[in-house]
Design a protein around this ligand. Structure first.
Ligand SMILES: Nc1ncnc2c1ncn2[C@@H]1O[C@H](COP(=O)(O)OP(=O)(O)O)[C@@H](O)[C@H]1O
Ligand SMILES: [Mg+2]
Length: 325
């Protein structure tokens, strides 16, 4: 059977005055089917660009120049949206037009694409709002975005995303603007939709411990590339790339009352095409000469993949106490 999503060797170019940069460089990843795959990395590492390319909604100035995106075995055009893929953006306000009611948002696609009538669109909107756990859906359906809390707005966006009956849902840091309890309820809702609808979800965030609570597999992204990939358990308990270790160390400790965000020293590099070797090496406490010639992802001792030349050593000594499912 074909995987639900198969990204193969995808590169996205941003032509600029001082040369072309590549926010996404030779990225391959897979969502097999029902379930959630997480993509984690610092701000600026190319997460949003990756999702936008898959959804066919790259902003002006960015273009997929290499590689393919397949949904259920069929190649999709990265220059236009496809019906099988829906995306939820970081800021719930950007996805919502202030002069449209909740109901108009939620039923927009079926009305436009399938020519659904007013009454049927209204009923569908109420039904979808109920499905995403919005109480009092009959009244909320006529509300405007500014009348809703951030958590409710994000639920409205999910309801709108579901209206086109997508098989794959792309989530771009959808809980960043929400407080922790609202975030937890949102993550629970996603889990329920994965079960009930058989959805595949690709979930992007900078919050690695959060992925530990909701994902089957994790891809770690640095400077436009995937540098480590494996089951959630392997990646969190036996990280095999120093960048993943740094992300774990930077995350607020789940068991600490004084959650403190420690940042990773140094900055991600400019994303030129011809950077040879490991892009993390200049910031890496474990760097050695061989890093200059580091290759792409390869399997480590446990079978999960890392691009680090010292992956076996790292994996062998790492023991992390981060919560995972
Ligand atoms: N429209 C654009 N034109 C040129 N460069 C862009 C554009 N959008 C994003 N970039 C660059 O792509 C890189 C990755 O950005 P992004 O995908 O938003 O990262 P993330 O979502 O991980 O924070 C950044 O260095 C950013 O400057
Ligand atoms: Mg982003």
């Amino acid at each position: 059977m074909n995987p639900l999503l198969e990204v193969d060797g995808l590169s996205v170019a941003a032509p600029g005055r001082r040369g072309t940069t590549y926010p996404v460089r030779d990225v391959s990843l897979t969502v097999e089917g029902r379930g959630t795959v997480g993509v984690v990395g610092e701000s600026g590492c190319g997460k949003s660009t990756l999702l936008r390319a898959i959804a066919g909604v790259l902003p002006r100035g960015l273009r997929a120049v290499e590689g393919t995106v397949r949904v259920d075995g069929r190649e999709v055009d990265t220059r236009r949206p496809s019906g099988e893929v829906a995306m939820i953006f970081q800021d719930p306000m950007t996805g919502l037009n202030p002069v449209m009611t909740v109901g108009e948002h939620v039923a927009e696609v079926p009305r436009r694409r399938d020519g659904l009538g007013r009454r049927a669109a209204h009923d569908l909107a109420v039904h979808l709002l109920q499905e995403v756990g919005i109480e009092d859906a009959e009244h909320r359906v006529d509300a405007y975005p500014h009348e809703l809390s951030g958590g409710l707005r994000q639920r409205v966006l999910i309801a709108a995303a579901l209206s086109g009956s997508p098989r794959l849902l792309l989530c771009d840091e959808p809980t960043t603007a929400l407080d922790v309890t609202v975030q937890a309820r949102f993550v629970a809702l996603l889990g329920r939709l994965v079960e009930d609808r058989g959805l595949g979800v690709l979930y992007v965030t900078h919050d690695l411990p959060l992925l530990g609570t909701m994902c089957d597999r994790i891809d770690v992204m640095y400077a436009g590339q995937v540098v480590e990939r494996g089951s959630t358990r392997e990646v969190l308990q036996h990280p095999a790339h120093p960048y993943t270790e740094a992300l774990l160390a930077a995350a607020p400790r789940m068991d600490s009352r004084r959650a403190r965000l420690v940042s990773i020293p140094g900055r991600p590099p400019v994303l030129l095409a011809d950077t040879a070797g490991c892009r993390f090496a200049p910031r890496c406490p474990h760097a050695v000469d061989a890093c200059d010639a580091a290759g792409p992802l390869g399997p480590g001792t446990s079978g999960h993949e890392s691009a680090c030349v010292r992956r076996d050593e790292l994996e062998a000594r790492s023991e992390r106490g981060v919560a995972w499912r």
